[in-house]
Design a protein around this ligand. Structure first.
Ligand code: NAP
Length: 372
């Protein structure tokens, strides 16, 4: 008879069947429950001492230290996002037993609206950042088809901040109360901040791309080629223009390429006519190379020149074919996770007013992308 999926010998433990493994899981759960209760009793005692001394129950700095210590200890298959989820809940339970008078309120809600949104890395990135900084809050993903109704939901549910992704970055703008001047110029919003019911729109892809580049190079006066002319290329283009880079838009189709180049007052070259990429910086702002098309690349490897700084906006896979070709051509490379994390960090700062824990956000995203 055919065995059910998952049954049989496992390589990791050497146990032979599911019932034995399940007994082991049950025994571990018993221990975890006992330990959590012991932890909560200790937290309650700390709470009583704090209340007698008149000090605040919530200590964000201490919570941040707990996460740092746990992150440095974690050597197993538990990913950074999972670690923040599990210990974030444990710490929230600790807050509840410390504060018997109900001063701990329901946490603020943050969200991402998009379609599709199931594989978004933003929840793990932002929930890790919220937990690490001790900022109360939960970040949820919503598959949104009707963006007008969803924006109504921000007001109705008092959602504090929202990330906007494909396909709503342009259409969302007309439902907001205020749109930041840069987002207006770019023509796309990827971030909403709810300030006392007034919804403000921003574009953080733009500063996110610039920050990712500035980690490795300077931009002022540099020759920068942006391959692509879609929404991502627009945001990156306006950022590089602000940072005083000298841009050339390279695109497959002439119409959209010339339009963006016109808006940025810069040069345009059709992709098919490029014979040499002799620029200081080359950015891929096309989806070429993204899973499942990870064998493709926006430009032929022989066009890449030694010493160029090459940035990809595609982050899945982390090392795209474009970046592998660039490494082989002795270019300096910047992966798409850098831009993702930096645009997320700007969102976090807009929402919370606090510095974003960029390293933790990066680690959470990288862990999520890894297969372990
Ligand atoms: P988009 O608006 O659909 O634009 C796509 C652009 O890529 C168009 O200019 C298109 O050229 C070009 N293109 C598409 N497939 C191509 C191919 N196989 N070869 C050459 N050119 C191709 O998309 P988008 O919103 O700008 O997004 C582009 C990429 O940026 C996506 O991979 C997205 O994930 C990434 N992105 C990353 C971040 C981040 O934080 N890392 C943020 C934003 C966007 P035509 O004009 O000829 O169609």
């Amino acid at each position: 008879m055919k065995k059910p999926v998952g049954e049989g010998r496992t390589k990791d433990t050497g146990h032979t069947d599911i019932p034995i493994l399940r007994k082991r899981v049950d025994a571990i759960d018993d221990q975890i429950l006992e330990l959590i209760n012991q932890r909560l009793l200790a937290a309650r005692d700390i709470g009583r001492i704090k209340q007698r001394a008149g000090t605040a129950v919530v200590d964000s700095r201490r919570e941040g230290e707990i996460f740092q210590r746990l992150l440095s200890l974690n050597k197993g298959p538990l990913k950074t996002g999972g670690l923040f989820r599990i210990f974030g809940s444990t710490i929230m339970s600790g807050r509840e037993v410390q504060d018997m008078h109900g001063a701990v309120e329901a946490p603020p809600v943050y969200a991402i609206f998009g379609d599709p949104v199931g594989h978004s890395l933003s929840p793990v990135m932002h929930n890790s950042a919220l937990a690490q900084t001790g900022h109360q809050g939960v970040y949820l993903a919503f598959k949104v088809r009707d963006i007008a109704a969803a924006v109504g939901g921000i007001r109705g549910l008092d959602i504090q901040g929202v990330s906007i992704t494909i396909p709503h970055k342009v259409s969302v703008m007309r439902y907001l109360d205020e749109v930041d001047a840069l987002a207006e110029e770019i023509g796309a919003v990827n971030t909403i901040v709810n300030r006392q019911g007034i919804l403000h729109g921003y574009n953080t892809d733009c500063p996110g791309a610039v920050k990712a580049l500035l980690e490795k190079t300077t931009i002022k006066g540099k020759q920068v080629a942006i391959v692509g002319a879609g929404g991502g290329a627009r945001a990156i283009g306006f950022g590089i223009k602000q940072a005083e880079g000298r841009i050339t838009i390279i695109n497959r189709s002439r119409l959209s390429g010339e339009k963006l180049a016109g808006d940025l007052s810069c040069d345009f070259k059709p992709l098919a006519e490029v014979r040499k990429l002799d620029y200081d910086i080359v950015v891929n702002a096309t989806p070429a190379g993204m899973i499942p098309h990870d064998g493709s690349t926006p430009v032929k490897p022989e066009l890449l020149e030694v010493g160029t700084v090459v940035m990809d906006t595609v982050y899945n896979p982390l090392k795209t074919r474009f970046l592998r070709d660039a490494e082989n051509a002795d270019c300096m490379t910047i992966d798409g996770v850098s831009m993702l994390v930096h645009q997320g960090a700007v969102q976090f700062e807009l929402w919370t007013g606090e510095n974003a824990p960029v390293d933790v956000m990066r680690r959470a995203v990288l862990d999520e992308l890894s297969n372990c």
